[in-house]
Structure formats: structure tokens, C-alpha cells
Design a protein around this ligand. Structure first.
Ligand SMILES: Nc1nc2c(ncn2[C@@H]2O[C@H](COP(=O)(O)OP(=O)(O)OP(=O)(O)O)[C@@H](O)[C@H]2O)c(=O)[nH]1
Ligand SMILES: [Mg+2]
Length: 192
């Protein structure tokens, strides 16, 4: 099962954020956590979203339209990339905030967390911010193929403890496709 997705537009500034006619589900997480790879796996296309082993690849907000399910999957720029300037980091943080606030079409935020690393302060800040905006949060633990079963169990437990009010986290691997069907089902449920 895949999701038909088509890149519709890209925003680098608040002014470029246009009103949309469909609901939106956004993907957020630290730089390099695997947001763009997850989009490619969902779409069953290798090069729809640009990925890179160098953090900081996605610098704009990218709107992918699902013409069959009438919604947008929105790829947000990764945060917490240490090697770019403070000014640039602040610019992205502001752009993410501008996008999230006052967005009545935003149905949910999928928060990607590396399954090998405990959630970082910026992840928790974003989770709290989403909660304050009453936006549902779906945690997805990425790069599950790099973990042992013990690490996966630990990651699930940690996330459940830290983000208590949220949905059950999904273990996901863009490399193997683990968790793909669970994620697709969760997205369809969020859109209902
Ligand atoms: N082993 C493994 N590697 C992954 C997985 N998902 C992503 N990667 C790798 O992690 C790196 C970063 O992936 P991206 O999808 O570009 O990450 P991103 O979150 O979009 O990063 P930014 O655009 O910088 O915010 C790439 O080298 C990917 O190949 C996964 O499930 N398993
Ligand atoms: Mg990216």
C-alpha cells in the first residue's frame, strides 16, 4: 500500500504560506531524523523528497498533495542542526512556528524521533507547543532497522513516558518498510 503524493509547493517565508483547500498533516523532527525518507517510503518513490546524509537538507516547507485522499503531507525543515548559523536556525524555527500557529487545516503533527536516541529538549518543546495548539501528535520512531529488539522496546517505553497524552508511537524504517502499513492506517484515521 502506498500514498500517491505530488509536490505542490514550497515555502521559504511566512508570506509564501498560502491557504490550502484541504486538511494537512505535518512531519517534524530534528534534522537528519528521516522525514524526507519517510515521505519517499510512503509514496513508494525513491526521489520525491530530497534526502541527504548531511543534516539540514530540507530548508523549506514542502506541501505534498495526496490527490486521492484530499490532504497535504507537509515536510517541515529539520531543527537542531548545529552546524548552521544561529540566525539561520532562528529563521527556520520562526517559519515552523508561523506554519503551525493559526492553521485551522492542520489535523496532526507527526513527530519523528530517532529510535536510537532519547527525545531531545527541542522535540519535547515542539510536542508541548503542539499540545498547546490542540494539534494531535503522532510519534514515529525512525531508523528502526538500526536497532536491536531491546533498543526498540526501550525507545517505545521512553516515548510513552515522555509524551504521555499522545497516540501509541509507531516504529518505522524507511529502509525496510517496517511500520509502513501502521503509519498509513494512522494517517487515514487522523483524517477521518
Ligand atoms: N538506516 C536507515 N537510514 C535512514 C532511515 N531513514 C533515513 N535514513 C538516512 O538518514 C539520513 C537523513 O535522512 P533524511 O530523510 O534526509 O532526513 P530529514 O529528516 O529529511 O533531514 P533534514 O531535511 O535535514 O531535516 C539519510 O542518509 C537517510 O538515508 C531509515 O529508516 N533507516
Ligand atoms: Mg528532509
Amino acid at each position: 500500500m502506498h500514498l500517491k503524493l505530488k509536490l505542490e509547493n514550497t515555502a521559504y517565508t511566512k508570506e509564501q504560506l498560502q491557504a490550502k483547500q484541504f486538511l494537512q498533516i505535518a512531519l517534524a523532527g530534528r534534522s537528519n531524523v528521516g522525514k524526507s525518507s519517510l515521505i519517499n517510503r510512503l509514496a513508494g518513490q525513491k526521489k520525491l523528497a530530497k534526502t541527504s546524509s548531511t543534516p539540514g537538507k530540507t530548508r523549506s516547507i514542502n506541501f505534498y498533495l495526496s490527490p486521492e485522499d484530499n490532504f497535504y503531507l507537509v515536510d517541515l525543515p529539520g531543527y537542531g542542526y548545529a552546524r548552521c548559523s544561529q540566525q539561520e536556525r532562528e529563521k527556520w524555527a520562526r517559519l515552523i512556528q508561523d506554519y503551525l500557529q493559526d492553521n485551522p487545516d492542520l489535523r496532526a503533527l507527526i513527530l519523528l524521533l530517532d529510535s536510537r536516541i532519547p527525545p531531545q529538549p527541542m522535540d519535547l518543546d515542539l510536542a508541548r507547543y503542539a499540545a498547546s495548539l490542540k494539534v494531535s501528535l503522532l510519534p514515529v520512531l525512525t531508523k528502526a532497522d538500526k536497532c536491536t529488539q531491546k533498543q526498540k522496546n526501550q525507545a517505545l517505553k521512553r516515548v510513552k513516558e515522555l509524551l504521555n497524552d499522545t497516540q501509541t508511537p509507531i516504529l518505522f524504517s524507511a529502509r525496510t518498510g517496517q511500520g509502513l502499513d501502521n503509519l498509513l492506517t494512522a494517517i487515514k484515521t487522523l483524517l477521518k
